[in-house]
Design a protein around this ligand. Structure first.
Ligand code: C2E
Ligand code: MG
Ligand code: MG
Length: 557
């Protein structure tokens, strides 16, 4: 007993201490002072009834009783696990034996584990798990009190550069400092979580009006703007913030986060170091259609996706020059699902990488077949989504498609949007130059609808501008659209870019564009998106027509 590292006590049947081990005396004072004291005096008051119950139980014949109890030591309480049993002493009287194990260590470990499961190890901030819990709590409160609150997604600008350029330890230090600064800016009742490499989310109860949001997010952005001093480096990062408000924008946790995220992407795309509040006019991520999403995975396995081809024709001769591939999903019950419904979902869950790789390869192979029919070179234009563009594997996918089909790189046009370029222009520059090394041409799709910084036309190796059909639709009547189209054509001429007019539906639109020097036309007038076999028929037909009608401009009339 003397050697035991635990608390060991002998008690009389009434619970008074007869003997205390060394360790016990160390904790509670000399043995002489303890002897005769009732054990319960050492326990926290609330825990005394449990002791009495245990004593009664072992006296009534139970072999032993185990229970937790807090000992009062100086000003602290230490949690012990006590085991109580009874025995007959040499004096033939009933005595009790108490063995107590200090739980402090174990408790600390348990707490640490709980903390680790719900916090980010680097910054000690709540992680996604705890965040999601907190958001649900705040929603429940807000629902009851009828109040609103905001969710802000905070993304560090230019963090990747720090990590790549100065190494991960420096990157980690920056994140830790950023976390601390953000935390200090917020109120104690606000939650700040780290949810990704360089992404944080704040829950801001009671912040809902534009003025309030501006104030809080302005502080968040400002605090990250001052330089970070790490290992004698002076580092500048910044932050872009996206905000969604409960219940105006969404009432459900996942949706709120998705909208705040979409708003943050827009903040990044439109200049960084700013805050964008989600607005209904912004095309946020699609309502999460879970049934559609599940069906998509199935559809990939079942081969329900297919490609349509829309002719891109020479504006003057109307001869088919190439095709744009447009994806379709032939759903067994829903029929043809348009890409606007499934591409955004595929973009969110990553399926786009798989679908896009397939589309690219299939389109290249198909073009070879088209050329056999047409007996002349054609080109194929393929849409590349932002996520595909950012994917490290994309260049391999591109190489594979070119090698497998035997196409020349210059027969391939990759369509990307302005937004894709603006997210991370430095990265875009490297990828684009690698694409053009393979001779593929780059087209800017939906030109004029993104957040164009015209500077990128100079910076990036772009060959084609596709004027969005929004500017074509009201031609030639609309003066404003006419002005825009003319300006784009003029710009393209001086920068040596080709122009495709999208969505040409009438003869008037076509001749307007043609007269002003637009070389290429794509639209329902000259050909709707069609299945490959129909496209081949059209190619055959056009060869035939070429012989019969020397002036191709008469054909469509
Ligand atoms: P986009 O690349 O701008 O494609 C042009 C869209 O305009 C197509 O819609 C096409 O059917 C439509 N269109 C063409 N001519 C006319 C016209 O004269 N009038 C009208 N009203 N519409 C016309 P679609 O096929 O529904 O595709 C929508 C968008 O989905 C595409 O816009 C593109 O951004 C995306 N998409 C389609 N296929 C793929 C794909 O394989 N990969 C990726 N990443 N995105 C794709
Ligand atoms: Mg396109
Ligand atoms: Mg387009």
């Amino acid at each position: 007993m003397e050697e035991a590292g635990d608390v060991v006590l002998r008690l009389g049947a009434e619970g008074q201490i007869l003997f205390a081990s060394q360790r016990t005396s160390e904790l509670f004072g000399a043995e002489s002072a303890l002897t005769g004291t009732p054990l319960e005096k050492l326990l926290a008051e609330d825990d005394r009834p449990a002791l009495h119950t245990a004593i009664a139980a072992v006296l009534a014949g139970e072999r032993n009783r185990q229970f937790e109890s807090r000992f009062k030591v100086a000003n602290k309480e230490i949690r012990f696990e006590l085991r109580l049993s009874s025995y007959i002493s040499q004096q033939a009287s009933i005595e009790l034996l108490v063995v107590g194990r200090d739980m402090t260590q174990q408790q600390a470990t348990e707490e640490r584990l709980r903390h680790m499961a719900t916090h980010d190890a680097l910054t000690e901030l709540p992680n996604r798990l705890l965040l999601s819990d907190r958001i649900r709590m705040v929603i429940a409160n807000a629902r009851r009190s009828g109040q609103s609150f905001s969710i802000a997604t905070i993304g560090l600008d230019g963090f990747k550069k720090v990590n790549d350029g100065l190494g991960h330890p420096v990157g980690d230090a920056v994140l830790r400092i950023a976390a601390a600064r953000l935390r200090k800016t917020l109120r104690d009742s606000d939650t700040l979580a780290r949810v990704g490499g360089d992404e944080f989310v704040a829950i801001l109860p009671g912040t809902a009006t534009e003025a309030q949001i501006k104030l809080v997010t302005g502080r968040l952005i400002a605090t990250l703007q001052s330089p970070f001093e790490v290992d004698s480096h002076t580092i500048y990062v910044g932050a872009s913030v996206g905000v969604a408000v409960y219940p105006q924008h969404a009432e459900e946790e996942g949706r709120l986060l998705a909208l705040a995220d979409a708003a943050m992407s827009l903040a990044k795309e439109t200049g960084k170091a700013r805050c964008v509040v989600y607005s209904q006019t912004q095309s946020g991520p699609p309502e999460h259609d879970i049934s559609l999403e599940a069906a998509m995975f199935q559809a990939v396995r079942e081969g329900e996706f297919l490609l349509f081809y829309q002719p891109i024709v020479d504006a003057r001769t109307r001869e088919i020059q190439g095709f744009e591939t447009l994806m379709r999903w032939k759903h067994p019950t829903l029929g043809m699902v348009p890409p606007a419904r499934f591409i955004p979902i595929a973009e969110t869950n990553g399926l786009i990488n798989l679908l896009g790789a397939w589309a690219l390869k299939a389109a290249c192979v198909q073009l070879k077949q088209f050329e056999e029919v047409a007996k002349r070179p054609l080109y194929i234009s393929v849409n590349i989504s932002p996520r595909q563009f950012r994917n490290d594997k994309f260049l391999d996918v591109l190489d594979d498609a070119i090698a497998f089909s035997g196409l020349l790189g210059e027969q391939l046009v990759l369509e990307i949007t302005e937004g894709t370029l603006m997210v991370d222009p430095v990265h875009a520059e490297t990828i684009l130059s690698k694409m053009t090394q393979r001779k593929a041409r780059i087209a800017i799709d939906d030109f004029g609808t993104g957040y164009s910084s015209l500077a990128y036309l100079k910076r990036f190796p772009i060959s084609v501008l596709k004027i969005d059909r929004a500017f074509i639709r009201d031609l030639p009547g609309s003066q404003k659209d006419a002005a825009i189209c003319n300006a784009v054509l003029d710009l393209a001429k001086h920068l040596d870019l080709s122009v495709v007019a999208e969505g040409v539906e009438t003869e008037e639109q076509l001749s307007y564009m043609e007269q002003r020097g637009c070389q290429y036309i794509q639209g329902y007038l000259t050909g709707k998106p069609m299945a490959a076999n129909i496209a081949m028929a059209a190619l055959r037909e056009s060869m035939h027509l070429k012989i019969v009608h020397p002036d191709l401009r008469q054909v469509g009339k």
